[in-house]
Design a protein around this ligand. Sequence first.
Ligand SMILES: NC(=O)c1ccc[n+]([C@@H]2O[C@H](COP(=O)([O-])OP(=O)(O)OC[C@H]3O[C@@H](n4cnc5c(N)ncnc54)[C@H](OP(=O)(O)O)[C@@H]3O)[C@@H](O)[C@H]2O)c1
Length: 344
Amino acid sequence: MRAAVLTRFGGPEVLEVREVPDPVPADGHVVVRVTAAAVNNTDIWTREGAYGTAEDPGARSGWRGDIDFPRVQGGDIVGVVESVADDVDRSLVGRRVLVDPAFYDDHGHPVGLLGSEADGGFAERVAVAAARVHDVSGSALSDEELACLPVAYGTAMGMLERGGIGAGETVLVTGASGGVGVALVQLARARGAQVIALTTEAKRSRVAQAGAAVTLDRIQPVGAALARTAPGGLAAVLDVVGGPALPEILPRLRDGGRWVIAGAVGGHTVSLDLRRLYLHNIAVIGSSMHSPHHFDLLATEARRATFRPPVAARYDLADIHQAQREFVGRNHVGKIVIRPGTGR
Ligand SMILES: NC(=O)c1ccc[n+]([C@@H]2O[C@H](COP(=O)([O-])OP(=O)(O)OC[C@H]3O[C@@H](n4cnc5c(N)ncnc54)[C@H](OP(=O)(O)O)[C@@H]3O)[C@@H](O)[C@H]2O)c1
C-alpha cells in the first residue's frame, strides 16, 4: 500500500510517500481502509521532534518521548473496516468507522496516539484496536467531515467536559479559527453556552458562522473588549493559545470561573498574577485530549450530525507536503483533510 512515512525528525523532506507492506491485524485488531485523515499540529511537531522533554526543553522528542521510526503519522482516521483478526466480531467488516486515536492508561488518561506511538492514517490502510472503532455508518456527515473530529473535536470535548461547561454559560474560546477552536465553538454552542471567540480580523465572519455569538480581534487589546462584552464576567476560558494575552484575559473570569488550558500556540511560558486566581477561586484545568467516555459522547454527536465541521481544504496523499504547508500558514478556518484512497 502507499503511505506517507516519517523517516526521522526533521523538515518536510523526512516525510516520504512510498510503498510499504500492508498491515496485518494482530489479536483484537481490525484493518481499516482509510478514506479520510485530517492534519493536526501534532503531525508537524512530531515530524520536527519539537516537544522537548522535562529534562531538556530543547531536546528533539515526540509528545511522549522517542518515536519508533519509520512511522506513519495521522491521528484522525475515518474509513471502512476491511478485515478483522480471528478473535474479532466479523460483522464489523464493511462498517464505516470513526477511530479513537488514543491509547489510555488505567485511569482513562491518554498516554499515546495513533500516528505517534503506533502507525496512523496517512496511508491506504491502518491496523487499529477493535475496541477503538466507532460505527458511524449511518451518519449524515461525509467521511471528510468525520475526519475532522477525533483529535480536534475530541480535545474540545475533553475541555468542555473537564471544565463542566453547561447551558447558559458565557465562555471565551481562544485560537477560535483553528481545528480545536472551531470545535470548541461548535460543541459549546451545541450545549447551549454563549461563545465569545478570539480570532484574527480576516477570519471573524467564518468563526461567527461556526456559531460564535461575538468575535473579537486578538490583535487589539482584549481586556477592555471582554469587560464590555461580558460585563458579568466569563464562566470559563477555553484556551489553546496561552501566551502574552493571558494576563489580560484571566482577570475577566468571574468568581468560581475555570481556565481550561489545552494548548500554547501563542507561547508556553507566561507570567501570571497569582492573586487573580486564588482571590477569586479560579480553577486551572490542564486538558490533554479526551477520555474513552468523552470519545463516546463525540461519536454520538457524529452519528446525530448535530453540526458540520468546516473542511478548509482537501489533498491527495501524494500532496501531503503541500497540505502541511497550508496548515502551517494558518490562513484557513477549520481542518485540512488528506484522502489516502485517491490520486497518484
Ligand atoms: N491538549 C491536547 O490534547 C491538544 C490536542 C490538540 C491540539 N492541541 C494544541 O492546541 C493548540 C491549537 O491546536 P489546533 O489544532 O487548533 O491548531 P491550529 O488549527 O493551528 O489553530 C491554532 C489557532 O491559534 C491562533 N493562533 C496562532 N498563532 C497564534 C498566536 N501567536 N497568538 C494567538 N493565537 C494564535 C490562530 O487562530 P486565530 O487566527 O483565529 O487567532 C490559529 O488558527 C496547539 O497548541 C495544539 O498543539 C492540544
